[in-house]
Design a protein around this ligand. Sequence first.
Ligand code: TXA
Ligand code: MG
Length: 347
Amino acid sequence: MQTELIEIDRRNMPVHLIERAGMILRSGGLVAFPTETVYGLGADALNEEAAQKIYAAKGRPSDNPLIVHIADMEAVGQIVKMVPEEARALAEAFWPGPLTMIFHKRECVPMGTTGGLSTVAVRLPSDEIARELIRQSGGYIAAPSANVSGRPSPTTAQHVYEDMNGRIPMILDGGPVPIGIESTIVDLTEDHPVILRPGYITLSMIQTVVDRVEVDRGLSAEDSVIRPKAPGMKYRHYAPKAELQIVEGPVERVVSYINKQCSGAGKTGIICTEETKTCYSHGDVKCIGSRKDEASIASHLFAILREFDEDGVERIYSESFETPGLGQAIMNRLLKAAGHRKIDVTQ
Ligand code: TXA
Ligand code: MG
């Protein structure tokens, strides 16, 4: 299959091109498109066969459900049984934007979209290309991140092309995404909202809207007996080809540990920050952003992991980013990429 890569000018939205992409979706095909978080791989969410094509193109396990993307609030009521009060408040505060909510689904949403679950994940993105495409496609696009299963999520159309060339008919190129990590997922089917995946919308932002919110206990690696409720969180993800290790502790000790590991070793990569980038004397040093600006770190993470693959490094060392805000989402992705390999050099 020939994959068409179509550049979209955001200042002068070419509606006829998005209409064409919408036609592909309406007829059961796949289209990759930008969102504010990462690029998505879309199919008509209400067409079981179309949704199945996503699993084939990504090599995704069939028990891992897809997020349904909508373009307006009215669409929620069409696909979910009930919208609880807290969900309305969260939608009011964070939609359109990088928040996904889980509800009990209606019959019209096929099990092939929800990985056999009776619940459905719904997101109303803020990206204008995504929203126009949703409207042109009939209103409901099932879309996971547009990477081959297990690889870092794509933050540019070029990343999508690397993974999906020959597998899908069309990619809409809206330039690099602004956020760079996937949406926060909140489950609204329990007594209280539960965060199933940390993201750009942080725990404290959610706490300003709802009285009580919990974090899925299955998310912490220490608690390995408890499975995460979002099926996708149990898989190894974002994994670069090289072995990645996270190094935690006071900054001088981290720098000296990494320098020691890299001297005389094979081809090594280092993930550092603006604050430390001149401290490393060996290896393929990549600056992920400034510690004063967590959003910059989030937006570069996946692209850097892909770059190390291209550079052919054998080992990667990364500084640690544990903080209560966006750092939680960053560390969640980084730990998965590292297969939870983390060393504390405090002592
Ligand atoms: O930012 C995002 O959310 C991006 C863009 C494209 O919108 N999408 C994305 O989709 O990250 P994906 O498929 O890579 O991740 C979806 C996650 C998976 O961990 C999946 O298991 C979980 O959402 N999920 C989907 N439906 C669910 C449900 N009904 N119950 C629990 N978890 C669900
Ligand atoms: Mg994904």
